[in-house]
Design a protein around this ligand. Sequence first.
Ligand code: SF4
Length: 251
Amino acid sequence: MKLLDTNQNNTKIKKSIEYISLWKNLNKDNTDFASLSLMPDYRICAGSKSAGCMELCLKDAGFAKIFNSVNIARQNKTNYLLNDETGFINQLKKELSNYNKRCIKNNKKGFVRLNTISDYPFYKTGVMTENPNLIFIDYTKIAKRLHEKLPKNYFLIFSFSGREQYTNQVRIALKTDYPISVVFYNELPKTFLGRQVIDGNKSDLNNVLEFNKIIGLSFKEIKDENFNEFKDNGFIVYNHQLDFYNKKFLN
Ligand code: SF4
């Protein structure tokens, strides 16, 4: 089973490359992007219980909504990681090394997103420090990670949820200048939590460099039954809640 998708099959990945603009000397022609898609579960998404994001996760959007084969492949990879972590990480290291060689040969800068829809601490496994030419990007719901000493080639975005149980995570993240992503149901506001909101729908490669900003993400359609049951659990921010959250987190 191959772990990394190095063919940019994911629409979001293609778009990220297309709109890259904040990295010095990089453009769509000299940028490459590989990704790993695991099926999220509570063991590899440690912050998801308090954030309430599991049922509203993008795991249920895009091709996964249409083709069950996508879900099966993701689940097989998650099972592999959970049942044989050493084997999984060794294979990932080999695939990353090959990917790095391909990028060098093609004269491209390689970006990697290992947690496309998971929040596993890959930065602790050595895969990043062993591949210093590659740049790893990530979203996380674990605020304490923002205060850890991280590999130099690891760029993070903290992911917001307004859920009461997650309040401390947001407060910790707001003490840093890491970008904070927020899923907005309505149009993106100009500011939120005292920070400028930028349109984060175009390129995750740019989003990781938007320090001290809110990465505004527009809500994407997921399964109707999940949306109807969980839409008010705090992960999605609605216009009528903006003042409430601003007061809550800025005081
Ligand atoms: S932590 Fe991220 S990947 Fe995991 S369930 Fe939540 S939104 Fe999905």
